[in-house]
Design a protein around this ligand. Structure first.
Ligand SMILES: C[S@@+](CC[C@H](N)C(=O)[O-])C[C@H]1O[C@@H](n2cnc3c(N)ncnc32)[C@H](O)[C@@H]1O
Length: 265
């Protein structure tokens, strides 16, 4: 691995954290993926596959005649997958998959963490067959930034700063539509954005708490007082309280032939 990923899958509670992530975002990612028209018998690439819920969904959509490559820098949580899923341990920045060989390429909350994220994005587009589809879903903290100086905003600002200090760009989601357009490699670009609002004690609240706990174990959160932290941890576990979470930009497009790029037409 070429860099230190702050929310490593080696963490003892990583499986639990990823299952809360999946419970929060699968219900919006799956229908969005389905609108792409995943071909039966097709070949898909799931990048930063985590605990594999999206790889499983893609495997179901392509059927037994199709295949899914699920890749991650740490594949230890990619278990019990269907036979048409191949697991490849690799850093997407250096993976070296053959160009233009996938019908669908997908990421969720991965490029946020990759230091060379803009270069990685171009690499990913190059892996899509001409006429194939890409869906990149990346996070943006605007919903909790909007909570400003309220307790939830203050505490999560400490989490985002902790991730930022370890190389993540927690506001990368908003950059994706422009960056993808500027590549000139895509047509039919479509952008949606989802903000989960989760009840205390629910999986969505658990995802925020798990992420904060993991980053806290790496070092104290800056500018977050102990009293604030204690109260927030109590509230985030309390049913009847509701919290905005990490926003998810969902940007899809259809791969153009190089000679037909948007800028050369
Ligand atoms: C926040 S988790 C998201 C997991 C999964 N995409 C999901 O949404 O359920 C980020 C995942 O990306 C992986 N990852 C981080 N940097 C990566 C890289 N450079 N190449 C491939 N995977 C990476 C991590 O190991 C982790 O499994």
């Amino acid at each position: 691995m070429s860099y230190e990923y702050a929310l490593s899958n080696v963490w003892e509670k990583a499986s639990e954290r990823l299952s809360t992530l999946e419970a929060t975002y699968d219900r919006t990612s799956f229908p969005r993926l389905d609108t792409l028209g995943i071909p039966l018998g097709g070949r898909c690439l799931e990048v930063g596959a985590g605990a594999g819920s999206v790889a499983r969904h893609l495997a179901d959509r392509v059927g037994p005649a199709g295949s899914v490559v699920a890749t991650d820098i740490d594949v230890s949580l990619l278990t019990d997958l269907p036979p048409n899923v191949e697991v490849v341990e690799a850093d997407i920045s250096t993976a070296g998959f053959a160009a233009e060989t996938f019908d669908v390429v997908h990421t969720r909350l991965v490029l946020n963490h990759v230091p060379a994220r803009v270069a990685a994005l171009r690499t990913l587009l190059g892996l899509v067959k001409v006429g194939g589809r890409v869906l990149l879903e990346e996070g943006d903290v605007f919903p909790t930034d909007a909570a400003g100086n309220e307790l939830h905003g203050r505490v999560l600002a400490g989490l985002w700063a902790g991730l930022g200090a370890r190389g993540a760009d927690v506001r990368f989601g908003r950059e994706l539509p422009r960056l993808l357009t500027e590549t000139g490699m895509l047509d039919d670009i479509d952008v949606t954005c989802v903000v989960p609002v989760s009840e205390g004690g629910s999986p969505g609240a658990g995802f925020l708490l798990g992420s904060l706990t993991q980053v806290e174990e790496l070092g104290p959160l800056t500018d977050v007082g102990d009293d604030d932290l204690r109260l927030w941890k109590q509230l985030i576990a309390t049913p009847g309280r509701w919290f905005p979470g990490l926003g998810l930009y969902q940007v899809s497009g259809c791969r153009l032939a190089s000679s037909r790029s948007r800028h050369s037409r």
